[in-house]
Design a protein around this ligand. Structure first.
Ligand SMILES: CC(C)(COP(=O)(O)OP(=O)(O)OC[C@H]1O[C@@H](n2cnc3c(N)ncnc32)[C@H](O)[C@@H]1OP(=O)(O)O)[C@@H](O)C(=O)NCCC(=O)NCCSC(=O)CC(=O)O
Length: 399
């Protein structure tokens, strides 16, 4: 084929390849294990489970963090969490609480089955809401740090759901709590650049992979993290049949806060994943969030956004992180209601949590009279190791 004709074929292929309009969230599903752990009794439960009752000072600290401060709230902002690990699992695998024994293999064996299963139940809900057959999914992005074997959770989920063998799969690992935000950004790119693409984003985490005996540096993490799975279907126009956009994904940005590599971290060891959470995390996010948001909104030509005219989907990393964002941006209390509600009901489920927040937000929007959620423009924020801030400007298609 002569050069000009070949270029025309390539150009026309590219034009046909692009979708119409921005990508949108088309459906959301969530799932949790059945085992519920209440924050009130958590210190007794955790120190009993790990046979660490003798560490009285640490246990008192856990009690302070988890304490109920009034009839409707707890100091941690968490009332309960869902946690797969229970007494029976520890009885069957005592190496998990014996720091002199390797337990990585045991943990990987369990999570490599349980993580795809939990993701399957979230994905089935999302697919049912979407209204199209699972075989219409063209791409799958799975984010999890609970597991390190191949073939991985993405292939297992594809098999459980009966996806086509042509589905284009990606596994994201070790993005920590920003994994869901990262996966949604990639889904947006895939959907907008591949006409008719329908991307299933799945995130699932089990704290079993990081569970450890009490330790001063991890006490906050053990009082905070829970298990869950979220699934979100993303697609761009032309929409077909009953497809209904819930949030249009207008612009995405990733920002790394310079010099903060030390603040959040994960490391695979013989005893599972060792995590590190610096006490400075809430302050580092507070000091950088405004500039990050200004830069993101500047990219869509909005130089002076009024934060209280937006709806907010913020990863609830911890109560102090939400308090700091609210204080720094002078947000009205109702703005972070979805994030606080998810934190209260489930704890921090790491990268999965953002799916729960988006789900809660759209339910609030559907409720008449909640004017804080009926707004046209909004923002999604997730935080992870780096420190990385994943931000996305959202548009409410039914505003
Ligand atoms: C856990 C809290 C709700 C507790 O709040 P409180 O109001 O009770 O009081 P506080 O902040 O003074 O903390 C209570 C006690 O815990 C200690 N403490 C607080 N943060 C700590 C940390 N990161 N490591 C070790 N100790 C810590 C304090 O010194 C204090 O000790 P003492 O009582 O001895 O004085 C809050 O600190 C919080 O939300 N922190 C943010 C947690 C966080 O970093 N989340 C990000 C998760 S990671 C994430 O989301 C991203 C990712 O994983 O990638």
């Amino acid at each position: 084929m002569p050069g000009a004709a070949a270029a025309a074929v390539v150009d026309s292929r590219l034009c046909k390849q692009h979708a119409e309009g921005p990508a949108a969230v088309l459906a959301i599903g969530t799932a949790n294990p059945t085992n519920i752990v209440y924050q009130d009794g958590f210190a007794d439960y955790y120190f009993g489970l790990t046979k660490s009752e003798h560490l009285t000072e640490l246990k008192d600290k856990m009690k302070r963090i988890c304490k109920q401060i009034n009839p409707s709230s707890h100091r941690s902002g968490i009332e309960k969490r869902y946690i797969h690990l229970d007494e029976k699992l520890i009885r069957d695998h005592p190496e998990i609480i014996d720091k002199h024994m390797p337990s990585l293999e045991t943990r990987i064996d369990i999570v490599s089955t349980e993580v795809p299963k939990l993701a399957e139940s979230a994905a089935r809900k999302a697919i049912a809401e979407w209204g199209r057959p699972a075989t219409d999914i063209t791409h799958l992005i799975f984010s999890t740090y609970s597991g390190c074997s191949a073939p991985s959770a993405d292939l297992k989920l594809a098999s459980l759901l009966g996806l086509n063998s042509s589905v284009s799969r990606t596994i994201l690992s070790l993005h920590g709590c920003s994994g869901g935000g990262r996966a949604l950004q990639l889904a947006k790119e895939l959907a907008e650049n591949n006409r008719d693409a329908r991307v299933l984003v799945a995130c699932a985490e089990l704290t079993l992979i990081c569970f450890s005996n009490p330790d001063e540096s991890k006490i906050v993490g053990h009082g905070l993290f829970g298990d869950g799975a979220g699934a979100i279907i993303v697609g761009a126009g032309p929409l077909v049949n009953a497809e209904r956009p819930l949030f249009e994904m207008v612009l995405a940005s990733q920002t790394t806060i310079p010099g903060t590599e030390h603040a959040l971290g994960m490391q695979t060891t013989a005893s599972g994943i060792d995590f590190h959470l610096s006490i400075q995390v809430p302050t580092l996010i507070k000091d950088n969030i405004r500039q990050c948001l200004l830069d993101t909104f500047r990219s869509i030509g909005n130089m002076d956004p009024n934060w209280n005219e937006l709806f907010w989907a913020v990863h609830p990393g911890g109560r102090a992180i939400l308090d700091n964002i609210e204080g720094e941006l002078q947000l009205q209390a109702a703005k972070l209601a979805a994030s606080r509600h998810v934190l209260n009901e489930y704890g921090n489920m790491s990268g999965t949590t953002i799916a729960f927040v988006l789900d809660d937000l759209r339910r609030r929007r559907e409720k008449e009279g909640d004017e804080h959620q009926q707004l046209e423009w909004g923002v999604m924020l997730a935080f992870g190791p780096g420190i990385t801030i994943e931000a996305m400007v959202l548009h409410n298609p039914i505003s």
